[in-house]
Design a protein around this ligand. Structure first.
Ligand code: IPM
Ligand code: MG
Length: 353
């Protein structure tokens, strides 16, 4: 197994160091894992003048899987768009065709109290958001800001091909089939032509999965239902933009965005694994970040790319045990609870492995 390790910016290097400790344990216990690191995002821009240098892209293409930290920081926000750290993750998704983004939102029983919603609304929540990653307004042309100051026009385009919609809807159905067999397809067909196409294709594909119950929901209603009755959902399938927004919303149901891993897969199961949170520059370098999303991303990698569910479960159980023992980083601590460091949390997971 060759894993490309790309820590990135902000809290990325700190949380990645904890995930690498977990890799070391797996290796010690017999898994043949090779790792190679590369700079990405702002760190790569600082060293090489580009957020996704050719050597980094090449490593991603050669490796079996990428373990990705986070990119971005305020010092890069005024750079030309092509040079911003975010371009690295968008470029990796596009170049490697990592089109299927799996974002689970699971509430650890130990953390039901950490959610901003009442614990009875979120306790036992287990929802999976499938987000398309290579199309939509993220990549659509035309895109520009033109005109003279005072009369400028900003343009972005929601663009989806039938093939792009088709393959992500299939991932949605297949995922639902392995879970509770309910798929909710998210669109905005009441206003957008591209989203009418989305709904039409979902309806067309449904007969191939008679065992899965398909439901359609407009994105604004879905945003509301997620906080009203999130347990209504099993699997949600969304376009790139709506999935970006709804997955941040869903993350907060679980108590902390610092807990949630994600997988971005190509058609062959190769993937990039990253926490859904960002680089959190405000707490970077302070040992305050929660490394669990990064560690759980490694667990997802074991499950989805390497087909090693036992290794995945072992890591997930170690995380659960660590939370059970009461360890809390600042993001998941309740008022008055003792807060631990990034390293202490990582070391405890390693001990519990
Ligand atoms: C995410 C992030 C990215 C996105 C940013 C960093 C480009 O918000 O992975 O959800 O919008 O996809
Ligand atoms: Mg996002």
């Amino acid at each position: 197994m060759k894993i490309a390790v790309m820590a990135g910016d902000g809290i990325g290097p700190e949380i990645m160091a904890e995930a690498v400790k977990v890799i070391d344990v797996l290796r010690r216990d017999g898994l043949k894992i090779e790792t190679e690191s590369a700079l990405v995002g702002g760190a790569a821009y600082d060293a090489h003048g580009h957020p996704l240098p050719p050597a980094t892209l090449k490593l991603a293409q050669e490796a079996d899987a990428v373990l990705f930290g986070s990119v971005g920081g305020p010092q890069y926000d005024t750079l030309a768009r092509e040079l911003r750290p975010e371009k690295a993750i968008l470029g990796l998704r596009k170049e490697c065709d990592f089109f299927a983004n799996l974002r689970p939102a699971t509430v650890f029983p130990e953390l039901a109290e950490a959610s901003s919603l009442k614990s009875e609304i979120v306790a036992g929540l287990d929802l999976m958001i499938i987000r398309e990653l290579t199309g939509d307004i993220y990549f659509g042309e035309p895109r520009s800001v033109t005109g003279e100051k005072g009369n400028r026009v900003g343009i972005n385009t929601m663009h989806y091909t039938e093939a792009q919609i088709r393959r992500i809807i299939h991932v949605g159905f297949k995922t639902a089939r392995q879970r509770n067999k309910r798929l909710c397809s998210i669109d905005k067909m009441n206003v957008l032509e591209a989203m009418q196409l989305w709904r039409d294709i979902a309806i067309e594909i449904a007969p191939e999965y008679p065992d899965v119950k398909l439901e359609h929901m407009l994105v604004d209603n879905a945003a509301m239902q997620l906080v009203r009755n999130p347990k209504h959902f099993d699997v949600m399938v969304c376009g790139n933009m709506f999935g970006d927004i709804l997955s941040d919303e869903a993350s907060m149901l679980t108590g902390s965005i610092g807990m949630l891993p994600s997988a971005s897969l190509d058609a062959n199961g190769k993937g990039l694994y990253e926490p859904i949170h960002g680089s959190a520059p405000d707490i970077a370098g302070k040992g305050a970040a929660n490394p669990l999303a990064q560690i759980l991303s490694l667990a997802m990698m074991m499950r989805y790319t390497f087909n090693l569910p036992e290794a995945a479960t072992r890591i997930e159980n170690a995380v659960r045990k660590t939370l059970g023992s009461g360890l809390r980083t600042g993001d998941i601590a309740r008022k008055g609870e003792k807060v631990c460091t990034t390293t202490a949390m990582g070391d405890a997971v390693v001990a519990n492995l």
